[in-house]
Design a protein around this ligand. Structure first.
Ligand code: CAA
Length: 217
């Protein structure tokens, strides 16, 4: 499912379609803040394909600023996409997954949900909240063949990270043991691992993919 910046969505779908030419892939735009639309898309997928096996929640936005400068809209927008969006899609997707006795849910969190970050009280709260949500849902559906996990990316070469002022970004990269930004493909590798058929014994986990920026056990 694709979501995020509504303004550029048709261009992004076009770009994805070109990149995936030759593969059996379909795209649909979805505003993950719209609970009913999330339900409608899940029902459309099940009507067309008979089942829904994998849900990856990767819609996310930032509105970085220190709390003293943050207005209510900047808080609400980040919560609406980054956290409410996860509820909105999961709430509907678990129905067909429960009915078929199989499902893989992977939620894309962030290293900053583990550590906090200057200027990200909204984003870090949403990303940490996503982990609590995932652990709770993992317990609820564990006996029904459904796993729920988070991947927590570090700083990757994406538009979102490139929007961080260069000086601050350079300072962050300097702290990454691997010594570079990650690539989106390196996050996708972790998602594919957790979404695999034989990953059924991994649930409620948070898999860090951050170049060593934050290590814990
Ligand atoms: N650390 C410490 N102090 C900082 C600071 C920082 N990172 N940033 C600003 N400050 C200081 C300033 O020097 C200033 O100090 P004085 O009052 O003494 O002058 C004070 O804090 C206020 O600074 P600003 O007015 O510039 O603060 P701001 O509200 O405009 O916000 C900011 C600054 C743009 C948010 C900046 O801190 C920043 O870019 N932080 C990093 C944000 C970040 O890493 N975002 C990640 C986006 S990518 C992503 O999120 C993907 C993912 O999952 C990893």
């Amino acid at each position: 499912m694709i979501a995020g910046d509504l303004a550029g969505r048709s261009e992004r779908i076009e770009a994805f379609t070109v990149a995936m030419a030759g593969l059996d892939v379909e795209f649909a735009a979805l505003d993950v803040t719209d609970f009913d639309r999330c339900g409608a898309l899940v029902r459309e997928i099940v009507a067309k394909h008979g089942r829904l096996d994998i849900l990856v929640n990767c819609a996310g936005i930032t509105r970085d600023t220190s709390l003293r400068k943050m207005d209510a809209l900047q808080w609400q927008q980040v919560m609406a996409v980054d956290l409410d969006g996860v509820f909105n899609t999961c709430r509907h997707a678990i129905e067909p997954m429960l009915a078929q006795g199989h499902g893989r849910i992977v939620n894309i969190s962030s290293v900053n949900g583990q550590t906090g970050q200057f200027g990200q009280t909204n984003y870090a709260a949403a990303k940490a909240g996503m982990h609590g949500f995932s652990m709770s849902l993992a317990r609820e559906v564990a006996r029904k063949g459904i796993t729920v996990n988070c991947v927590a990316p570090g700083y990757c070469a994406t538009e979102m990270v490139m929007a961080v002022p260069e000086e601050i970004r350079a300072g962050i990269v300097a702290q990454v043991p691997v010594g570079r930004l990650g690539e989106p493909e390196e996050i996708a590798r972790a998602v594919a691992f957790l979404a695999a058929e034989d990953a059924g014994f991994i649930t409620g986990a948070l898999l860090p993919v951050n170049g060593g920026l934050f290590m814990s056990f």
